[in-house]
Design a binder for this molecule. Structure first.
Ligand code: GRF
Length: 192
């Protein structure tokens, strides 16, 4: 069974959807660790509820991104982690982790990439007045939401305000991410 770590910075609803899928027997994989760069993040409470080991760090306490990524790498290797799963981790992954986990870092983004990369994808979609947006799961490279796409799902956001659009997209994310991870971690053919 593949082992993975989740990196998150915020609420952690996607992380929790992944842990629940494991608990229901729908996702075979072992979550070894939750990493957060925000020691106050709500995701830490959710991790505790699911008995997931956590590691919080303050990026400002390190001289550089490489320095904290080396520390994370030591931890990940000690736990024999095969994949890094980003779930609302609000930082670009740097050279240290990209080199150590080539093609084994995955992210979810709340738009149909390549449309609306970067911050506030839902706000960007609403400002552009599109009627359809969605969610994308992709491999991570050095760019901002630019890596190869694994799977996408459309969401109708016509006439939605921000709260409703976010609600609809998150509901899709919570189904899509565990499903795609099941395929990626178990090397099945990934649907588009
Ligand atoms: C999700 O919408 C995800 O697509 C984006 O950040 C958000 C994280 O939400 N990368 P949560 O912390 O999982 O609730």
């Amino acid at each position: 069974m593949k082992r993975f770590a989740i990196f998150a910075s915020g609420s952690g609803s996607n992380a929790e959807a992944i842990w629940e899928a494991i608990e229901r027997g729908e996702l075979s994989g072992q979550c070894m660790l939750l990493v957060t760069d925000k020691p106050e993040a709500k995701v830490l409470e959710r991790a505790d509820r699911h008995h997931i080991q956590t590691f919080s760090f303050e990026p400002k306490a390190y001289a550089s991104k490489s320095e904290f990524e080396w520390e994370l790498l030591v931890l990940l290797e000690a736990l024999h982690v095969d994949y890094i799963v980003l779930a609302g981790y609000m930082r670009l992954i740097g050279d240290v982790l990209l080199a150590a986990y080539p093609g084994r870092i995955i992210n979810i983004h709340p738009s149909l990439l390549p449309a609306f990369p970067g911050k506030d994808a839902i706000g960007q979609a609403l400002a552009a007045n599109v009627s359809t947006s969605g969610a994308t799961v992709h491999y991570v490279d050095a760019g901002m939401d630019t890596g190869p796409i694994i799977a996408q799902q459309e969401v109708d956001i016509a006439g939605c305000d921000r709260i409703e659009a976010a609600h609809r997209i998150q509901a899709i994310e919570h189904q899509l991410y565990p499903r795609v991870l099941q395929q990626v971690l178990n090397q099945q053919e990934v649907f588009k």
